[in-house]
Design a protein around this ligand. Structure first.
Ligand code: ADP
Length: 494
């Protein structure tokens, strides 16, 4: 789904936001144990939207105990699988009924255009819950022939209490990627939303009460990574931790998880190559390459941030992508005409600007953009850089902003080597009309997803995750169910 395909809304109704937002633990709304709160900020203005409970280790402990009780004694893991599916489907229906409100809340808290939230985040979120509702009664084992007079079979049982830590770039969708498989398999959950974007997670807490989830099945602890997040990753009563975020924090999660050897799945960063071959349909490839980096302001772990273009068409593609960048309408996400909103936070704004500065100081040339947009809020112009070298920071490191580096390449051997010259391996794009070249390159690229003549296409049925330092395990599709279940082998003497 791309900004280009997003639909236009006429007006955006501002969402109602309660001034104080508590934690959701054991089916109850609670203040944090410390009584502390923190503001969540509208990134278009830099002003606080409301105060959110600041959960830390003590609140995580309460939430884990509630999830443990719901897992050990509650009805959730014991109810029939199809009944669990019905509850999950009710959640999907409720999200659908409230989709305009949720899209507006997401836009307000995250900064993303309402038109993208309503066209991409919400439909993908709803589909994800429905998809996993459908899996509940289709998770089964095998009978296995072994030597001797034994009847053997396997069962797939819920892994237990799952801690889930999500980022701020697609808050509702990342929550659905995590909750969908956890709930389908009968696990219970403690979610730690990103401190920058807690509001839609908390609103979903209200909807899960309405959907009829038993108390303690889902718990939501808002707070900061170093306290609440770290407490969850280290907790000895958590059986599995699922994390989406930076590679740097992913490594900390691994260390924290070592104490009780909880299962770990990680969906981390990327610096994804997007390759335009000379034989591609440039009418499609140029807007495709622009959308690959500028969708969601480049705040996508799979953003097509390294653009490799065959020399013959480099100037044409560069001009085309730069022209697209210039035309993007930057403004408040709540304005229905906006195509790119502010970056999510002051910290992210600083980070992207420091990469722009590093690019300039290391000799990169800015073709378009490169500056702050406007005078308040965290807006950065869509930016195209050229004259870059493989060892520059802007080429090697994940910027997580609307910044693409464009590089000419001579042939497919060169591009394959350059594309794989990264510690990441999340995604890649290929634009070509040569079917053999497309599939050859697709198999040569060390990336978890390869898009051919498209980019940023997601579906709940399609596994997503990374090679190398982009992560461990796959989310979505059937693959993720393995991460939320334990296989039990049962052996009967005949
Ligand atoms: P980003 O750099 O995109 O903000 P992070 O990896 O810092 O991504 O954050 C993603 C999620 O991880 C957020 O919910 C954040 O609060 C959480 N987090 C950050 N640091 C830690 C940590 N040390 N332990 C556990 N969770 C953390």
């Amino acid at each position: 789904m791309s900004a280009a395909t997003a639909t236009k809304a006429r007006t955006v109704k501002p969402p109602q936001v309660k001034p104080q937002q508590p934690l959701f633990i054991g089916g109850r709304w609670l203040d944090s144990v410390s009584g502390k709160t923190f503001p969540t900020v509208n990134p278009a203005t830099g002003e606080a939207i409301c105060q959110v409970a600041e959960g830390d280790k003590a609140d995580v402990d309460l939430a884990v105990k509630a999830a443990r009780k719901a897992f050990e004694d509650g009805p959730w893991p014991r109810m029939s699988a199809s009944e669990r599916g019905r509850v999950l489907n009710r959640l999907a229906d409720l999200v659908e009924q409230h989709k305009e409100e949720l899209a507006a809340l997401e836009s307000l808290d995250n900064g993303k255009p309402y038109r993208d939230a309503i066209a991409a985040d919400l439909p993908l979120t709803i589909k994800c819950y429905r998809y996993y509702a459908g899996w509940t009664d289709k998770i089964h084992g095998k009978t296995i022939p072994v030597d001797g007079p034994y009847f053997c079979y396997t069962k797939h049982e819920p892994v237990g209490v799952v801690g889930q830590i999500i980022p701020w770039n697609f808050p509702l969708l990342m929550q659905a990627w995590k909750w969908g498989p956890a709930l389908a398999t009968g696990c219970t959950v403690v979610l730690k939303p990103a401190e920058q974007t807690p509001l839609t997670a908390l609103r979903l807490g209200e909807l899960i009460c309405e959907a009829g989830f038993p108390d303690g099945v889902i718990n939501i602890v808002t707070g900061f990574g170093e306290t609440a997040g770290a407490g969850l990753a280290a907790h000895s009563q958590v059986d599995k931790i699922a994390f989406t975020g930076s590679t740097e924090v992913g490594k900390l999660i691994l260390q924290a998880a070592a104490g009780n050897l909880k299962k770990v799945s990680l969906e981390l960063g990327g610096k994804s190559p997007n390759i335009v071959c000379a034989d591609a349909d440039l009418e499609v490839a140029i807007p495709g390459a622009a959308s690959a980096i500028f969708f969601n302001h480049g705040q996508c772990c799979c953003a097509g941030s390294r653009l490799y273009v065959e020399k013959k068409v480099f100037d044409k593609v560069l001009d085309g992508v730069s022209e697209q960048a210039k035309r993007i309408k930057v403004g408040s996400g709540m304005d229905p005409g906006t195509e790119m909103g502010p970056l999510v936070s002051a910290e992210q704004f600083q980070r992207v600007n420091s990469y722009l500065e590093s690019g300039r100081s290391q000799g990169a040339k800015t073709v378009v953009g490169g500056q702050r947009a406007g005078s308040k809020g965290y807006f950065v112009e869509p930016t195209v850089l050229v004259d870059v070298k493989p060892d520059m920071k802007v080429v090697k490191e994940e910027i997580f902003g609307p910044v693409v580096v464009a590089m000419p390449v001579s042939d497919m051997n060169e591009v394959q080597a350059a594309a794989n010259e990264t510690t990441y391996g999340l995604a890649a794009g290929i634009w070509t009309n040569d079917i053999a070249k497309a599939h050859t390159l697709a198999s040569q690229l060390r990336a978890g997803t390869v898009w051919i003549n498209c980019y940023n296409i997601f579906d709940a049925a399609l596994p997503f995750g990374g090679y190398k330092e982009s992560g461990w395990g796959r989310e979505m599709g059937h693959d993720v169910l393995e991460l939320y279940t334990e296989t039990k082998a049962v052996c009967v003497k005949l």
